[in-house]
Ligand binder design. Structure first.
Ligand SMILES: Cc1ncc(COP(=O)(O)O)c(C=O)c1O
Length: 319
């Protein structure tokens, strides 16, 4: 039995986006609201954390450690889960302490997480060092991997695909933001195990296409062993579009600004500036290029992240 603590609000709803479909002159658009998973403003990490926190508890851990960007949604949700289940929490964040604490960083602090600042090149070394120091001082630390993306975290998205299929909503395409790869690996595995007939397309937020395909295929194969006999996924089976990653991680361009504005203006739906804003910009561009057939249905799997809208940097760029 794989340990799991059920605290996400599931199943997440599926909604139609008729006004956006019309204004884009595109296929029928749907959205699956994983921004509404319930924990601390929700997002895709909640599903992963149901398995990761359960594993930490089973291992007798009392402290969660993880790492991420200054405005990491993963770290915000990890800190919230730690608070909810009585763990201490240490976060190694890349960057320097800002003059004004805002958005996800503010929330990390409200959840009681202790922040350790690191330069990107030293992030992993500082993470290991923090782990060892905590161990030496008598804590029982559990390392939540970057983005929650190992075979334990990815299980959350294998079961998310089972949930989606159970909702019996027909969709030819499922499109979503892909970064550390755990979400896509889980979905790819779930699609195979639970027989999803459509296609899954990850829009890369920062990584090159081949790198992400390889990472997702490896992780999906590894995760399959947690649920039964190993299934070998080849990178070529993993659909990744990296055409929108070029500006770099967290850089808001006109494309993201437009997608955020269109979703907000036509559907009253909020995207985030780093992940879903970029994935939706990709979706909009693909629609405009005629990538989808008009009679197809395309589901945008919303992975959350909206607190970053209130980061000082993005507030001024979006105003
Ligand atoms: C809002 C949001 N969407 C998508 C992703 C990408 O998910 P994954 O890292 O599993 O590829 C992240 C990762 O941090 C995220 O915060």
């Amino acid at each position: 039995m794989i340990p799991r603590i059920r605290f996400a609000h599931l199943p997440t709803p599926i909604e139609t986006l008729p006004r956006l479909s019309e204004v884009l002159g595109g296929p029928q658009l749907l959205v699956k609201r994983d921004d509404q998973t319930g924990l601390a403003f929700g997002g895709n990490k909640t599903r992963k954390l149901e398995f990761l926190v359960a594993e930490a508890q089973s291992a007798g851990a009392d402290t969660l450690i993880s790492a991420g960007a200054l405005q990491s949604n993963h770290c915000r949700q990890t800190a919230a889960a730690a608070a909810k289940f009585g763990f201490e929490c240490f976060l190694v964040l890349v960057g320097e302490p800002p003059d004004r604490v805002s958005a996800n960083l503010l929330l990390d602090q409200l959840f009681g997480a202790k922040i350790i600042w690191a330069k990107k090149t030293y992030r992993d070394a500082i993470l290991t060092d923090t782990f060892e120091k905590l161990l030496a001082q008598g804590n029982k630390p559990y390392l939540v991997p970057y983005g929650g993306s190992n075979s334990t975290g990815a299980l959350g998205y294998a079961f998310a695909m089972e949930e989606f299929i159970g909702q019996a909503v027909k969709s030819d395409w499922v499109i979503f933001a892909s970064s550390s790869g755990g979400t896509q690996a889980g979905l790819v595995l779930g699609a195979e195990l639970f027989h999803f007939p459509g296609r899954l397309l990850g829009i890369s937020v920062e990584e090159q296409q081949e790198v992400l395909q390889e990472r997702v295929a490896t992780l999906a194969s590894e995760t399959s062993e947690r649920l039964g006999p190993r299934i070998e996924f080849a990178p070529s089976q993993v659909l990744v579009n990296a055409d929108y990653a070029a500006p770099g991680y967290g850089i808001l361009t006109n494309a993201e600004r437009e997608s955020i504005q269109l979703f907000a203006k036509y559907e009253g739906l909020l995207l985030d500036p780093v992940y879903t804003g970029r994935a939706a910009a990709g979706l909009i561009d693909l629609i405009r290029k005629g990538f989808f057939k008009k009679e197809e249905t395309v589901l945008f799997w919303h992975t959350g992240g909206q607190p970053a809208l209130f980061a000082e940097k993005y507030q001024s760029e979006l105003a």
